[in-house]
Design a protein around this ligand. Structure first.
Ligand code: THU
Length: 146
């Protein structure tokens, strides 16, 4: 009888450390450059390899040039060679109205993140995050498939 093949090692992803990811988003929000809106937002994006990329909103006197916290984090990650992500935390707003990603950021995230990416929105200072899938924020997202 043939010997049993060696067991396939389990490659279970480490659980997502939400408190750490929310803390990273809140720390990033403290670096927000928001002299026009006075609305600070932070984001922290967990890449598949475990690296965390944070970002804040960066406003501009020409208002439309403002970059949201989420896109800052995403573009930092992509420009550092990461294109696969496991989770996103956003910190901003109040417990009654935490910051949720704007439409532009939803589309930018959909370019790189799976529809089931868990997105946590947490109030700027304290309070529990609410986790929803990216697809709940952007159902039927536009994509070019070749
Ligand atoms: N903002 C973000 O950075 N992320 C969001 O999820 C919502 C809005 C920024 C853009 C602008 O600097 C300020 O918040 C007010 O809109």
């Amino acid at each position: 009888m043939k010997p049993a093949p060696p067991p396939i090692p389990e490659r279970r992803a480490a659980p997502i450390d939400w408190p750490a990811l929310v803390a990273a988003a809140r720390a990033a929000a403290r670096r927000a450059y928001a002299p026009y809106s006075h609305y600070a937002v932070g984001a922290a994006l967990l890449a598949e390899d475990g690296a965390v990329f944070s970002g804040c909103n960066v406003e501009n006197a020409s208002y439309g040039l403002t970059n949201c916290a989420e896109r800052t984090a995403l573009f930092k990650a992509v420009s550092e060679g990461r294109r696969r992500f496991r989770a996103l935390a956003i910190a901003g707003g109040t417990p009654k109205a935490p910051a949720v990603p704007c439409g532009a950021c939803r589309q930018a995230l959909a370019e790189f993140c799976p529809p089931d990416l868990p997105v946590a929105v947490a109030p700027l200072r304290r309070g529990a995050p609410v986790v929803r899938a990216l697809a709940e924020y952007l159902p039927h997202s536009f994509a070019l498939r070749t």
